[in-house]
Design a protein around this ligand. Structure first.
Ligand SMILES: Nc1ncnc2c1ncn2[C@@H]1O[C@H](COP(=O)(O)OP(=O)(O)OP(=O)(O)O)[C@@H](O)[C@H]1O
Ligand SMILES: [Mg+2]
Length: 420
């Protein structure tokens, strides 16, 4: 696969190193530009590169990161390699956070550059293969930063709201210690559960999965948790992988209520998800737990851009703000859900999803808006194709709620203490 590489540098010598390196690596078209990041937008629009090489050797400052962030917000798929003399942890973290894939040190080492190019090539080839092969639904994992943060309420009600967008939705209750998701949807008639299905996972196909699901409505089906935790002993990562894979081929959305114990099964489920929302409430224990959870998940190989935050029971004027949450967890606040204790508890106690029971309630509205974002209807009220689930704010209805939250530029500004 041939990749287009555009490079911007004000050093003729470095442009020559890039040229020689692309020739050594092969399968590349190379477009050199002498100049600075000022020309970034033009280069991206004209060249439409797969890989962007930015040489910030001279005058590397935070302003360059801001320009890159603003450009990458419009072209998030571009694989960006930055050359910079600044190798401080703060600079590298910021660069990665705004979507730069690799930061190479300056003065430039040609071999490291070639290695970075080869890595870009192999990642792009793998992504192309994956997107060609992937036809299934979007897997959304919700995990509470702490117990009682509202993960199950949100998972079940978001699932129901997605179904109102004409989507077929599976809810998998992966909280094996007395998981209660079915109750939130008013369904207590399940005949089988995830543990029983896992015991025979090698035989699981779409028909068997659907037969094992309790039917909340025509479009919302739920695979319930076992009655007691001991029964879940045979739910292995391999079994859960098979069940999720079959579910994603059979449903438009698969919503996972994941246990915050983060055991091997939970990690497998998170790993298979396209979007991961950590649900928290705005208090110190929740934010601390989300911070530790984020660190742990990143250490376990979870892609940082998949991880997002949902602030539940959000009230303006709380002791600390959404920017504090982002600073501390290094994840974006994708959504805020207001607090509505009476309406939420009525919904749970009656087993009637809130969008059905009290559609005008602010929590119901927030969930509906989120579902509309994830699954927009076309002008005739029909379902559209699956939206891009990468959650990185490229404006295609992926529900990450940057409109709520100032977008990635806002995050960088706040990171640096610039204010909005
Ligand atoms: N937006 C909200 N406004 C008011 N109350 C809420 C809201 N979201 C959830 N709650 C309340 O919080 C309680 C806990 O919710 P939920 O069971 O969904 O949390 P959880 O994170 O799944 O907890 P667990 O750790 O036990 O699985 C519920 O009783 C519900 O009434
Ligand atoms: Mg729960």
């Amino acid at each position: 696969m041939t990749i287009k590489v555009s490079a911007i540098s004000n050093s003729e010598a470095n442009l020559k190193v890039f040229a020689d390196s692309t020739a050594v690596v092969g399968d590349t078209e190379y477009y050199p530009h002498i100049g600075t990041t000022e020309m970034l937008d033009n280069v991206l629009i004209t060249d439409k590169p797969d890989v962007l090489v930015l040489d910030a050797s001279v005058g590397a400052d935070l302003n360059i990161l801001q320009q890159i962030e603003s450009a990458l917000a419009k072209f998030p798929q571009i694989h960006t390699i930055l050359i910079s003399p600044d190798q401080s942890v703060e600079y590298l973290t910021l660069a990665m956070h705004i979507g730069v894939r690799k930061v190479l040190s300056s003065p430039l080492n040609a071999l490291s550059f070639q290695e970075a190019l080869r890595l870009a090539q192999s990642r792009m080839a793998a992504a192309a293969l994956a997107s060609a092969a992937f036809k299934g639904g979007l897997v959304i994992a919700l995990v509470g930063a702490k117990g009682g943060s509202g993960a199950t309420f949100i998972a079940t009600n978001l699932a129901y709201a997605l179904a109102r967008q004409n989507k077929r939705v599976a809810v998998l209750d992966l909280r094996f210690s007395f998981g209660d998701a079915a109750i939130y949807l008013g369904n207590t008639g399940a005949k089988t559960n995830v543990a029983e299905l896992a015991q025979q996972y090698l035989r699981v196909d779409e028909a068997m999965l659907e037969a094992s699901m309790a039917k909340v409505s025509e479009r919302v089906h739920i695979l319930v948790a076992p009655a007691t935790p001991d029964l879940a002993a045979e739910v292995t990562p391999a079994a859960i992988e098979k069940i999720i894979e079959v579910a994603r081929h059979h449903y438009d959305f698969v919503v996972l209520d994941v246990s915050n114990t983060l055991d091997a099964v939970a990690l497998k489920a998170i790993n298979l998800s396209n979007l991961l929302y950590m649900v928290l409430q705005l208090d110190i224990p929740n934010v601390r737990a989300a911070k530790s959870m984020g660190q742990y998940l990143r250490a376990c190989g979870c892609a940082p851009d998949k991880m997002q935050i949902v602030v539940n029971s959000y009230q303006r004027g709380a002791n600390f703000g959404l920017d504090d949450v982002e600073k501390s967890t290094l994840a974006r606040v994708a959504r805020t859900i207001p607090s509505s204790p009476a309406a939420v508890s009525d919904s749970i106690n009656q087993g009637i999803p809130l969008v059905e029971l009290t559609p005008r309630d602010p929590v119901a509205r927030a969930l509906k808006e989120w579902a509309e974002n994830l699954a927009p209807l076309d002008g005739n009220g029909h379902k559209n194709g699956r939206t891009n689930g990468n959650g990185n704010g490229n404006g295609n209805g992926n529900g990450n709620g940057n409109s709520q939250n100032g977008g990635p530029i806002g995050i960088l500004r706040r990171f640096m203490g610039f204010g909005q």
